[in-house]
Design a protein around this ligand. Structure first.
Ligand SMILES: NC(=O)c1ccc[n+]([C@@H]2O[C@H](COP(=O)([O-])OP(=O)(O)OC[C@H]3O[C@@H](n4cnc5c(N)ncnc54)[C@H](OP(=O)(O)O)[C@@H]3O)[C@@H](O)[C@H]2O)c1
Length: 320
């Protein structure tokens, strides 16, 4: 048993897992109130959960800004939403695994006059094999962790000025696969054998840990930040993986998966319901608050990760 296992083993509770299993059977709470004159930013809204969430907020009257990597798909989604719901919708093109693009998108959002009422960090991917970005970063780490972190930090002056807003991280119960915490000596999966599930879980765990740190600063501006598991739903997730994975996904995973409309309902409730006006630094399974596992509650690890990330971003020339 290594030090991390010894550290967390005694803190694990069976009840935590049973709670998750119970929550899997629950439907999300719904909010029927409209969201007119509000601005919602969604990353990765060309497909799956992000697409359905954009539609849901548009149906309730919100203005939308999408941050997507594909201009053709973005144009199509924009056209469909305008035609169907008649709300203002625009998009920014950015590959959110790339530091320059993340920063460019952040600059644009920072320049907005209107407050961002809800910022949904949804863009993500499940990658079977290790992929390195042109910045030399492991892709899961870049898109699921660094992107929401950098954008949130860049937007701090705006949050400080606007004194309103809710931030939602589309997380995953898969953070539990990082059962013994993060390997601080190998955050980029260069030394260990890469595992898609473990790297994805570790990036989602890192995202939750940084939420704890960001929540402290945001609290003084009246801005909330929460993470949520969107359910296991049928989306395009994993489309860049092998044909074997596609077969497995189509014939096994998708058969047991729900509709991403459920995720969109949950993200609407979390972003708009008055019940959650002051809820912050929490994890929701859809809309049910859930206790995090010991590694995800570890504030020492959160601080260590914060420090390590600061050094890494400094090395890469990122100021946020
Ligand atoms: N589906 C599930 O059951 C499930 C469960 C737990 C958590 N999640 C989380 O839910 C979120 C959405 O996933 P999904 O299942 O809806 O997958 P999806 O259908 O593949 O949609 C992912 C979205 O993210 C975008 N995206 C991916 N990489 C990007 C990049 N580098 N830059 C900008 N945009 C990028 C995609 O754009 P393109 O259209 O250009 O590819 C797409 O719009 C992810 O964070 C995922 O981890 C999903």
């Amino acid at each position: 048993m290594n030090a991390a296992m010894r550290r967390y083993w005694s803190q694990y509770k069976w009840s935590n897992i049973l709670q998750m299993v119970r929550n899997m059977k629950r439907h999300p709470k719904r909010n029927a109130e409209l969201f007119r004159d509000k601005l919602v930013v969604i990353t990765g809204a060309t497909a799956g959960i992000g697409y359905h969430t954009a539609r849901k907020y548009a149906a309730m009257g919100a203005s939308i800004i999408m941050v997507n990597r594909n201009p053709e798909k973005s144009e199509r989604v924009r056209g469909d939403i305008v035609e169907e719901f008649g709300v203002p919708i625009e998009y920014v093109v950015a590959d959110l695994a790339l530091l320059k693009d993340i920063q460019r998108a952040g600059q644009y959002l920072l320049s907005l006059e209107k407050p961002i009422d809800v910022m949904i960090h949804n863009a993500g991917a499940y990658l079977e094999s290790r992929k390195e970005t042109s910045d030399g970063l492991e892709a899961n780490f870049a898109i699921h962790y660094l992107c929401p972190l950098i954008l949130t930090r860049m937007l701090m002056p705006k949050y400080r000025r606007d004194r309103t807003g809710r931030i939602l991280f589309v997380s995953s119960e898969a953070y539990r696969f990082a059962a013994w915490g993060l390997d601080f000596e190998d955050l980029q999966w260069q030394r260990r054998r890469y595992s898609g599930v473990k790297a994805y879980g570790a990036a989602k765990l890192a995202q939750i840990l940084c939420m704890h740190v960001l929540a402290k600063d945001l609290a003084s501006y009246g801005v909330t930040i929460n993470a949520m598991h969107p359910g296991v739903v049928r989306t395009e997730s994993g489309k860049a993986n092998s044909r074997f994975y596609q077969f497995y996904k189509r014939n096994i995973i998708d058969k047991f998966s729900g509709s991403p409309e459920i995720s969109a309902e949950a993200l609407y409730y979390l972003g708009s319901s008055a019940d959650l006006a002051h809820a912050s630094d929490l994890f929701f399974h859809l809309t049910t608050q859930e206790e995090l596992t010991p590694p995800a509650q570890d504030l020492e690890a959160a601080d260590a990760l914060w420090k390590k990330t600061g050094e890494l971003l400094c090395e890469k020339g990122v100021r946020s």
